[in-house]
Design a protein around this ligand. Structure first.
Ligand code: BMA
Length: 335
């Protein structure tokens, strides 16, 4: 089959398009920076505090293989990290048995209505990974809500405001239909319903076939919710984690407006290609610069380090306009 001329041009022109630029200081945090003994640090949630400090809530894996969360703060988001001298949020299996095998991969959403940061994270239970939620306003004390989505479910983030009066949570349940991205609604952050399929993993040879998941929390733009998602490609030598881009309707976020066909970021640098788990880039958070356009994307690299890549929201939207389509939306709604 021959692609139409305009499609060929778009594939060629996007092949090396530097949509996400790796920071020269990468990786910005590794286990060597840690004030206490750990195995590895990766997959960090990110936010800007009121005074402009960048806060990363890092997934830290200890030498038993279990994860907890630890906060690192920096004035410029690149170096000079002040890391909590002990774990910031430990699994608490006595009161929250679902955390018995650790807590992982936090996403942070600041919610103006609550004047609190809402953290959603994976709680690794005997029944598999589920979703837990906690609130904080200082990343020192936390109010835990416990499990909000039962196993198997992960890769979640809360939207920062209500949609039609309801909180909206993006998550990735594993169902008989595959590992797709769903959205659910709640009046109180505790009771969740009105589940809708939001983005479907493709099939066959695609880079995002069979298993996808939300990466950082969606970015609200005037055109819609801009979503980075990861696609997992199973190969004979292991999994390949790469990033794709999609845009969703602001007031009906389950409605996909545009989805790119090719991945926009994948493991290339040495620290992304080799680590405890090779060939993984896994962002869980971003911060926005004062210009309202530049995002700083923090990503776990090979389950061993935290790295930083920068992008322009305007360029990401332009790329989607040139390379995205909404043809799969109908199919997603059919499932
Ligand atoms: C996913 C998650 C991530 C991890 C990735 C690669 O399933 O568990 O925390 O970074 O696998 O190991």
């Amino acid at each position: 089959m021959t692609l139409p001329a305009e499609k060929q041009v778009s594939l060629l022109s996007t092949r090396f398009e530097p949509l996400l630029l790796r920071h020269p200081a990468n990786p910005v945090l590794t286990s060597k920076d840690w004030p206490y003994p750990i195995n590895s640090v990766f997959n960090a949630g990110a936010t800007l505090l009121a005074d402009g400090t960048t806060l990363l809530l890092c997934r830290v894996e200890d030498r038993r293989g279990l994860s907890h969360l630890c906060a690192a703060r920096s004035r410029n988001g690149i170096d000079g990290w002040q890391i909590d001298s002990e774990p910031t949020l430990m699994p608490n299996p006595k009161h929250y048995p679902e955390e018995i095998w650790g807590i992982e991969d936090p996403r942070i959403t600041f919610v103006p209505e609550l004047q609190q940061y809402v953290i959603t994270y994976t709680s690794y239970s005997r029944g598999g990974p589920g979703v837990s939620l906690a609130l904080t306003n200082d990343f020192r004390t936390f109010e835990r809500y416990g499990v909000i989505m039962p196993p198997d479910d992960k890769d979640t983030a809360l939207l920062p405001r209500r949609i039609d009066g309801y909180w909206a949570l993006i998550h990735r349940p594993m169902t008989a239909l595959g590992s797709h991205v769903w959205i659910s609604y709640s009046p109180d952050l505790r009771h969740w319903g009105r589940h809708r399929l939001m983005l479907e993993a493709r099939r066959g040879a695609w880079w995002d076939a069979n298993k996808i998941g939300l990466s950082p929390p969606p970015i609200e733009t005037s055109r819609g919710w801009l979503v980075f998602y990861h696609g997992v490609r199973h190969t004979p030598s292991g999994c390949l984690y790469r990033l794709g881009l999609a845009l969703f309707d602001l007031e009906k976020p389950e409605k996909c407006l545009l989805r790119g066909d090719s991945w926009i970021f994948g493991p290339e640098a040495e620290y992304e290609r080799h680590g405890d788990v090779d060939d993984v880039v896994f962002p869980c958070g971003y911060t926005m610069d004062a210009d309202g356009d530049t995002i700083n994307l923090y990503y776990g690299a090979a389950d061993c380090a935290i790295a930083l890549a920068r992008a322009s929201v305007r360029s990401l939207l332009e790329w989607l306009d040139a390379n995205g389509s909404c043809e799969r939306r109908q199919r997603a709604q059919d499932l």
